[in-house]
Ligand binder design. Sequence first.
Ligand code: SF4
Length: 358
Amino acid sequence: MTEKTNDTAAAIRKNGIATESNGGDKTGAESPASPPFSWGNNRRFNAYSDFLRKQYGFRLQKLSVNAGFSCPNRDGSKGRGGCVFCNNSAFNPSYCEPGKPIRNQLEEGKEFHAWRYRKSLKYIAYFQAFSNTYAPLEVLKKRYEEALSISDVVGLSIGTRPDCVNEEILDYLARLSEKHFVHLEMGIESCYDKSLQWMNRKHDFECARRAFAMAAERGISTGTHLIFGLPSQSREEDLRQADIISELPLQTLKLHQLQIIKDTSLEKEYALNPSKFHFFKIEEYIDFVIDFLERLSPSICMERFSGEAPPRFQAGPTFGMIRADKVIQIIEKRLEEHDTWQGKLRPRENSVIFANSF
Ligand code: SF4
């Protein structure tokens, strides 16, 4: 177990969060004689949805909220243009308008999902659009606590940038997480400074490393995103990020293939220099993700494997009609065929299966 993992485990224990040691073979030498794997089931990757269901005993549905926050990379405090790929409209559900009260957004989201699943659900308010810790603490408290006051909303997932958290905010989130589910999603998209510069992120990887460490010290569950296929890094560099991410004290990961979204500076760049871009084809992407998973720590829960912005926002090559859930099915089948699994090529380590109690 690495020192960082030890620190995380200690912080997690401090908050009454469970740890679980390895039940599967992660040496890479041979198949586990008998699944379940270390994450407690027979699936060949550590799925976040399974973790949540196991931990809480019911399905937790995320409801997106646009709480009207801004972003330092848009309002001029760090930059004005935003990250090259960013168009928040591409993922904002229609019921999320910044002017609409948080209560109304969540009630409409609940109605939509209750109709879709036709059974009672518990919900996580997903503060998704822009940077949701980018405001004075009193403002943040008011908005988070409004979301938590809605019936059946049992927790928060808060999307932000690693340079938009500080000790005061993290101390508050640590207190909040003693009673509620709290997950802090700090997007980085790449572990390489040259790519962070190319994307116009206006923060470096060290900033992200610090933010994850500060959250882990307080026992706050965290996650991040990576984009594969950036023209600023090679496939080998894409892959090497599995090792880098595995050393961060985080609990969840979302993967995305590079997509060119309309009304972004990436769209302009692609129109000017299309030969600079080498997009993954679906089969190549599946093989790449399998290689990545084999190198990734088994303690990290996988929340997403591919992006799927609606077709009307796409301005470049896509996976066509293949939806994200189909991508997961293909990945699972391929893992089975190759008799491999998440973390197979990691050195043996004790896995820390996080749980956020409330
Ligand atoms: S991706 Fe996030 S950090 Fe970048 S400009 Fe958009 S809202 Fe800001």
